[in-house]
Design a protein around this ligand. Sequence first.
Ligand SMILES: C[S@@+](CC[C@H](N)C(=O)[O-])C[C@H]1O[C@@H](n2cnc3c(N)ncnc32)[C@H](O)[C@@H]1O
Length: 290
Amino acid sequence: MSQIIHTPVLLDAVMTYLAPEKGESYLDLTAGYGGHAGVVLEHTQAPKKAVLVDRDQTAIEALGEFKSLGARVIHASFEEASQMLVQQGEHFDMLLADLGVSSLHLNTSSRGFAFSQDGPLDMRMDQRAELTAATVVNIYDKDSLEQLLRTYGEEPRARAVATAIVAHRPIETTAELARVVAGALPKGSKMHPATRSFQAIRIAVNDELGQLERSIPLWLRLLKPGGRLAIISFHSLEDRIVKQAFADVAGDRYDANFRLLTKHPVVAAADEIAINPRARSAKLRVLQQK
Ligand SMILES: C[S@@+](CC[C@H](N)C(=O)[O-])C[C@H]1O[C@@H](n2cnc3c(N)ncnc32)[C@H](O)[C@@H]1O
C-alpha cells in the first residue's frame, strides 16, 4: 500500500549505505508512508527495534501497519522525538531522515502546498501547528516577507514579490497566491514563477531549516558505535546544513568520532528521475560513528 502513494527516493543507495543487518535497530525520522522503512525492516526482521517518526497525522495513520508489527510510532516533529529518545537513553544502528514534504502533501490540494492546484493557504506538515501560510502571506510585514523569500526561496526579486503580496491582501488560496507572485515576475523561465516563493513560505511555516540544524547534533548522540546516519535533502539550503554539520564532526584525525561514508552526495540516476521526478533534486549524505 505504502509504495503506491509515495515512491521512496534513492532507495538502492539508502540500502547500500545503511546496510541493514538482521536484528539491527532503526530510527526513521521522517517515516512518511513507510516506503524506506518497509524495505529496511524486511532486512532487519526486527520491527520491535524500530521507531518511526512523522509530524503529519495522515502519515501516522498510514504507519499503523508497522505498529501492529511492534514498531514504535511517534507523532511529533523529529526534533521533539529526538530530544525524547536522547533523554530515554536510546541508541540505534541506523537513522534515516528523508527531508521535506511527501508526494501526498503536494498532491492533496486541501493541504495547500501546491501552486498547481487550488487550495487553502495552509502548508502545515503538522496539522496541529498554529502557523499557517495564510498568516505568513496576510499578516507578516513587507520587510519580513522580503527577507523570508530571499533567504528560504533564494528569490532574486524578493522585494517585488513581497510588494505584490502586500498589495493584493487578503490572499485566500494557493492559486491566488501563485497568480500574484507570477504577476510580479518576468515571464520566460522554465520553472513556474511561484516555485521559489512557495518553497520559502513552506520552509518558514514548518521551520524546516531550524528543525534540521537543531536535530543533527541529537541524531549524532542517538547513533550506536558503527551506526549509520543517512540524510536525504531536496534543496541547497538543507544540503548546506547537512554538509557542514557532517564536515564538522567527521575526519581522518585519530580523535574524530565519525567518518563520512559519502565523500560526495549521492544523486539519482536518470532512470529513477524518469519514474519519480521528485528524485531530481535529492542528495544523500551518510555518516558513520566509528
Ligand atoms: C519525503 S517524505 C518521507 C517519505 C518516506 N521516506 C517514505 O519512503 O515513505 C517526508 C516526511 O517527513 C515528514 N517530516 C518532514 N519534516 C519533519 C519534521 N521536522 N519532523 C517530523 N516529520 C517531518 C513529512 O510529514 C513527510 O511525511
